[in-house]
Design a protein around this ligand. Structure first.
Ligand SMILES: Nc1nc2c(ncn2[C@@H]2O[C@H](COP(=O)(O)OP(=O)(O)O)[C@@H](O)[C@H]2O)c(=O)[nH]1
Ligand SMILES: [Mg+2]
Length: 487
């Protein structure tokens, strides 16, 4: 999301920061380019106007022009305004599910916007992360397949789904779902409603009557971010008829512009609660204005990366490696595990998109270099080593290299490259072992709050380059050119 905008803005800001002094005219010229960039990203015109006006008030003042780093100051002002536009400075609002159970979440939106998929994603999240007992119910009586779709999804994520009873009205299903949830002690009930392809009164009436019956604590409008300004218009219209409490933007994974995300809050006044970033049940991201603003400005999303790592990486495994590293040891068995972890977190591309400063680097890195097949090849090389070689990499002489290359079907240079990468990582492990150990001390769960704060602030951790921010992943990203350089 936002790739196009990020590219454009980093061009504008490079010009600003590339020079010592700035005149008011410089700042105004830059803001004109920011304006064009926002419009090209399909941000609604009134939102753009307001944005530029607010930035201008702060950015063309004496204090900025005379500042030591005026360019940086302007970027900071734009950043803060982005945060404000996207939803404000505070932490993301949690879902309102703390009341008397069952807490009802109602999903609304046009057909095909992603309601059913998002219902399952939210249920999955509440079940796995918040340990809630969730019941899902499909109120989509228009398309018989819709109920089946939810039932299938429920089975795949292990979440209860209200049994289908043929011939009931959406209102009746809503009532049955409520009493069922009460009976079975579910904490949360998610109602997946029917959509139409266009906004029409019948759909709105139906949704409004369901809301009256179920009294949902959350009414989430699901909108397809790819539809840009149409998504904003849809949200506005729904909000006129339904007591919406928040928005979910789907298909953020395919949206290179991000105009809907940037306009939504300002136009509707409603918070964006989640981004849908793929079809799978775990492809749901909490919408955090600060992090998104950082991503737009190419500052990366380290917090997102760490969260993802914490979710996906086997904690016990990471702690074992961390304990070994604390003693300054890091062998090929460890490296193999870590390569496996990168694949688990979504491969190199998944990791790349979240690292600070990488947006620019991305253009210099060819697709082939981001190919996860390289990781698979590296794992293959390690697997061609003997047990002794893995544990004692120093054993690996020229003859052994040739054998390993042959065994894994690669050239010797590739084996050499892997050996070098391992050596770098082992050196780093040694350095960390000498007392600087920012992550995952054995026996403690996850990075400390202090570490996370430092990550969130974008400041490098003491003794560690910011690109090696994965718990248990010491030497930056394996196989990634330049990933060990300071940004
Ligand atoms: N790429 C991507 N596809 C999505 C996302 N959310 C939903 N989809 C897909 O969009 C299609 C329609 O979704 P569905 O949940 O059935 O929409 P509904 O009609 O509103 O219930 C399905 O093929 C989903 O897999 C998303 O965030 N990203
Ligand atoms: Mg549906």
């Amino acid at each position: 999301m936002f790739e196009a905008l990020t590219d454009r803005l980093s061009g504008v800001f490079d010009k600003l920061t590339g020079r010592g002094a700035l005149s008011e005219a410089d700042v105004e010229a830059a803001l004109r380019e920011v304006r064009v960039a926002l419009l090209e990203a399909d941000v609604a015109l009134p939102v753009v106007k307001d944005f530029i006006a607010k930035v201008k008030i702060e950015a063309v003042g004496e204090s900025v022009i005379k500042a030591v780093k005026p360019g940086q100051q302007v970027i900071k002002i734009v950043h803060d305004q982005l945060v404000a536009t996207l939803g404000g400075d505070g932490p993301p609002e949690p879902l309102r599910i703390a009341g008397e159970p069952p807490n009802v979440i109602m999903m609304a939106g046009l057909q095909g916007s992603g309601k059913t998929t998002t219902t399952a994603k939210i249920a999955n999240r509440l079940t796995k992360t918040d340990r809630k007992r969730v019941l899902m119910a499909s109120l989509d009586t228009r398309r018989p397949a819709a109920m089946e779709q939810l039932a299938t999804l429920g089975k795949s994520i292990g979440v209860d789904v209200l049994p289908i009873v043929a011939g009931q009205s959406p209102q009746d299903i809503a009532k049955r779902a409520m009493s069922q949830a009460r009976l079975t002690g579910h904490d949360v009930l998610i109602l997946d409603t029917a959509g139409r392809t266009t906004l029409d009164d019948e759909m709105m009436d139906e949704a409004a009557s369901i809301a009256q019956i179920a009294k949902p604590g959350e009414v989430l409008l699901v909108a397809d971010s790819l539809t840009g300004q149409d998504a904003v218009e849809t949200a506005k219209r729904f909000h006129e008829r339904l007591p919406l409490t928040g928005l979910v933007l789907t298909r953020a994974d395919g949206d290179g512009r991000g105009g809907a995300a940037l306009s939504m809050r300002a136009v509707t006044g409603l918070p964006i609660k989640f981004l849908g970033a793929g079809e799978r049940p775990d492809a749901l991201e909490v919408f955090d204005a600060r992090r998104i603003a950082g991503r737009i400005l190419g500052q990366g999303d380290i917090v997102g990366l760490v969260e993802k790592a914490v979710e996906n990486v086997d904690r016990a495994e990471a702690e074992k490696i961390a304990a070994k590293m604390a003693k300054g040891r890091f062998d090929f068995d460890d490296l193999e595990k870590q390569l496996g972890q990168v694949l688990q977190i979504g491969g190199l591309k998944g990791v790349m998109g979240m690292l600070p400063g990488v947006q620019k680097m991305k253009n210099q890195i060819s697709e082939s270099q981001l190919d996860d097949r390289q990781i698979h090849r590296q794992i293959g090389i390690i697997r061609s080593m003997t047990k002794a070689e893995r544990a004692k990499p120093d054993l690996i002489n020229g003859r052994r290299r040739a054998r390993i290359a042959k065994g894994s079907g690669v050239e010797v240079v590739e084996v050499n490259r892997l050996l070098k990468m391992h050596r770098n990582m082992a050196d780093m492990a040694k350095a960390l072992g000498k007392g600087k150990m920012p992550f995952g001390r054995p026996g403690r769960r996850g990075p400390s709050p202090e570490t996370l704060r430092q990550l969130g602030s974008g400041k490098p951790l003491p003794g560690l380059n910011p690109h090696s921010a994965l718990p248990g992943l010491p030497g930056g990203l394996p196989g990634l050119p330049g990933s060990n350089k300071k940004s």
